[in-house]
Design a protein around this ligand. Structure first.
Ligand SMILES: Nc1nc2c(ncn2[C@@H]2O[C@@H]3COP(=O)(O)O[C@H]4[C@@H](O)[C@H](n5cnc6c(=O)[nH]c(N)nc65)O[C@@H]4COP(=O)(O)O[C@H]3[C@H]2O)c(=O)[nH]1
Length: 506
């Protein structure tokens, strides 16, 4: 594959794009890992909720159990039963018995000489339990702040210690009481202290329970995130660097291909970059235009390409028939757009020998427009070994039988087999330009021209001399018996409207 030139700016753009892709890969990976980290934080909150749930379930079950017992006063038997419950319980540190709103005994203190009056609870739970979240309590002989839950005649005291270990991961967290006015009162957790200092809260998640009015908040810093995922992040950094190198190399390769002549040709085929010029074929004695040769040209945003650049590449990449089909289509469009071509006007179209050998060219027989036109379409094909095959001979005969003329291009330079040429009734032999250009030098090749004229006469074919550039060549060709010709002397390849005005001028 022939690659195109890639400028410094192109290289820079590819490097920038590769860097962008690598960055995008890395950022996406980090974003996914952050999501994963957030899921981990959610999990921490869920663990906290589960603990509070477990405690509240134990408290309510215990209080309901006690309530179901026939305890009416605070005698020794009742205290014994209550102490049994405390002993078996995991979280309850003390149980109290109330008459009305007066606490008259507790498992820790026994009978209270002075009953304690309850003040208003902080909240009343959905099942009717009254809850104080920060009640000063005398447990045995020291005062602590505890959570107290009361259901009818009994209350349970829970140490606030459990609040300090609700979440064990290495993250900042806090538990807050949700006040009835919607505000939050922090109760415990490392984040309460950290918030007053320099807590780094790049990640901050807060969830509230819908059963008990409290919320759990967890916060973490980017540093902690990076610590957690150190190895994975390193892995993604390596992947990003590899992605950069890969994209950079692949991008460079793609760009070289994109800029290559081959890629331009392939794109041009789909984008209509090919167009046609028409070179007049004349009667060389009087200059009368009797036909033309269709010559392909290419133009895109990058500029022009000439046949010597694109014709071989099209063959190399097996695009011969799509290309020829596009040229025929373009020619028919041009002809349709202007009238005034004389009847029997010959339109020579160049074909690749491989499309004749493969039979692809037989598609012409299905083309209604090629039959409808008043012109004669001439299949012009360069001498080539492919034309010597039996299949190629049969194809050309079929075309000839169906009204197409056959012209052998660059005659005298290749593989022509006279017997075969006769078989498929070739209509025209085109003498290669090199014979004409060497006429003035009197080369051996130039002396062969009368022989070609003789051959043509024998097979009943016309002779067209290519590349006539001056009158001296023209006169000599007339003397050698050549009737038709084309060349800069009569006209260079030109747009069809110019050819038409040339015909009109006579
Ligand atoms: N120096 C000089 N040159 C003259 C003169 N008169 C005509 N020419 C050039 O000679 C070539 C004649 O076409 P060709 O022998 O079929 O040779 C053609 C033909 O083999 C091929 N080609 C062009 N268009 C097509 C196409 O549509 N299909 C195929 N398969 N081949 C094409 O490319 C070749 C080159 O085409 P072009 O560059 O257009 O070159 C054209 C034309 O511009 C002259 O007086 N002096």
């Amino acid at each position: 594959m022939k690659h195109g030139d890639v400028s410094g700016l192109d290289k820079l753009a590819v490097a920038a794009l590769a860097a962008l892709i690598a960055l995008l890969i890395y950022c996406t990976a980090v974003a996914l890992l952050k999501k994963d980290y957030e899921a981990y934080l959610h999990q921490q909150i869920a663990t906290g909720f589960a603990q509070v749930d477990e405690i509240s379930r134990e408290v309510l079950t215990t209080l309901n159990q006690l309530e179901s017992k026939p305890i009416k006063s605070c005698d020794e038997q009742a205290l014994h039963q209550m102490r049994q419950v405390v002993f078996l319980s995991q979280h309850i540190k003390d149980i109290g018995f109330l008459q009305g709103d007066r606490l008259i005994c507790t498992t820790g203190m026994g009978h209270l000489n002075t009953p304690v009056h309850n003040h208003n609870p902080d909240f009343i739970g959905k099942l009717g339990a009254k809850v104080w979240i920060n009640m000063p309590i005398i447990l045995t002989d020291f005062e602590v702040y505890a959570i107290v839950v009361q259901l009818e005649h009994f209350n349970a005291v829970i140490h606030r210690d459990f609040l300090d270990s609700l979440i064990t991961g290495q993250v900042f967290w806090k538990i807050s009481f949700a006040n009835s006015n919607g505000s939050l009162t922090p109760l415990a957790g490392p984040l309460v202290e950290a918030e007053n200092s320099t807590a780094n809260t790049d990640f901050l998640l807060e969830e509230c329970s819908n059963r008990i009015p409290y919320c759990l908040t967890v916060a973490a810093s980017n540093d902690h995130f990076s610590d957690q995922y150190r190895l994975v992040l390193l892995g993604w950094q390596v992947i990003a660097v590899l992605a950069f190198v890969f994209c950079w190399l692949a991008g460079g390769h793609f760009l070289r291909y994109y800029r290559s002549t081959q890629a331009r040709i392939t794109r041009g085929l789909h984008q209509g970059a090919f167009y046609c010029l028409y070179q007049p074929i004349v009667e060389i004695s009087n200059g009368k235009v009797i036909g033309c040769e269709v010559l392909a040209r290419y133009k895109d945003a990058k500029g022009d390409l000439y046949p010597d650049e694109f014709i071989p590449l099209i063959a190399e990449h097996n695009n011969t028939w799509p290309f020829t089909r596009a040229i025929i289509q373009r020619t028919l469009q041009d002809i349709d757009a202007c009238d005034g071509l004389p009847d029997g006007f010959k339109i020579n179209i160049n074909f690749y020998p491989q499309d004749i050998e493969s039979g692809a060219i037989l598609e012409l027989l299905e083309h209604p427009d090629l039959k409808r036109q008043q012109c004669r379409f001439v299949v012009e094909v360069t001498e080539n070994e492919k034309l010597t095959s039996r299949a190629a001979g049969q194809t050309l005969s079929l075309l000839s039988e169906n009204g197409f003329e056959i012209a052998i291009d660059d005659f005298g330079t290749g593989y022509s087999n006279l017997r075969q040429i006769q078989e498929y009734s070739c209509h025209t032999l085109k003498i290669d330009r090199s014979f004409i250009s060497e006429m003035e030098a009197g080369s051996i090749r130039a002396t062969l021209i009368p022989h070609i004229v003789d051959i043509a006469r024998k097979i009943d074919a016309r002779v067209v001399a290519e590349g006539i550039e001056n009158n001296m060549q023209n006169q000599e060709l007339i003397s050698a018996g050549v009737t038709y010709g084309q060349g800069y002397m009569f006209g260079k390849p030109m747009p069809l409207d110019k050819l038409l005005s040339m015909i009109a001028k006579g």
